[in-house]
Design a protein around this ligand. Sequence first.
Ligand code: PMP
Length: 374
Amino acid sequence: MMYFDNAATTPMFPELKDALFKYSFEEFYNASALYGGAKSAKDALQNARTKVASRLNAQASEIIFTSGATEANNTALLGTPKPAQARVIITAAEHASVTFCAAELKRRGFDVLTAPVDADGAVVVSALLSLCGKNTALVSVIHVSNETGAVNPINEISARVKAINPKIIFHSDGVQAFCKLPPPAKTVDLYSVSAHKINGPKGAGALKCAQGIHLNPLLFGGGQERGLRSGTENVAGIYAFGLAAELFQKAYSPDVFVGLKAALVTELGALPSVKFYLPEAGVPNIISLSIEGIYSETLLHMLEVDEIYIGLGSACAANKAGNSALSATGRTAQEIKGSLRISLGLHNSLGEIAVLSKKIIEYTAKLRSRNVAK
Ligand code: PMP
């Protein structure tokens, strides 16, 4: 099996098995219980909080554990206090968990505006800044595009947004950046991350909420996570999240990904009419390309027979009609039909890239000869 869809999810570090077992079968206690055994569960949460916080350049007290980044994004977008009809600004290349929250805010009467992105999928900063004003309550800019790998300069953008209006709350979806890029600056008030993109478990994530920033909870109940996220904590998943952050940062070397990406671009470059979308500022592990004259979904299923797995784009966008983030970059409908997203993980090797490239070239020739796209 060869897996190249690491922006969708990653395989868990085998080292997490013991931790998941321990807090599910042995120290399974509710972290809020008062007897001695529960202290171990409480300590596990604190351990993870410290580990996640240190990778976000934040205080442990600024971390709110959630069920993942979808919940973190919902908490940020819906939970930030906003005067009636206040303005909320997002970008045209956000993940569905931000765009659908923005649609909900619009339905609730807020003035929701979308800043355009360039051909790389990065926000047009001047356009975004021109939308910010006195009435703006919240700005949300994805850190690294899950579709194209483009990096938005969120530290600079958040500082400039606050120079226009210091009351604006700045949120960033940091899922594809966490443990790969330096942590966000203090001007980023809210920052969403997820465990399963860094070889941790699914169902664990966090929202960094900077000290002094007020949020309204989405979930009410037992008052866990400083009252901002009620519900019995997923101790095993959260503890494993902390360990994964530590393990990922040790294992991750951008240079390895730069080498793998260069090999892929060279080897697939042999294919006639292939177009790579390589952002000027981009992470090396997400490679977006389009092959003219094929349906990439057909190619995906041909590769699947060989147990080679790639993505077409966001797995969340795959559940819906069209891919709005890719259309926002100016790709034509035809280009989107032929689009692939190859996202690399810690386990990928140059040998795998060679096999992947060879298979894509072989199957594209087959598809073109059958004229499948016509
Ligand atoms: N934002 C981005 C950029 C993502 O790639 C994803 C995962 N597809 C999410 C948010 C949602 O994260 P989760 O699966 O943890 O809810």
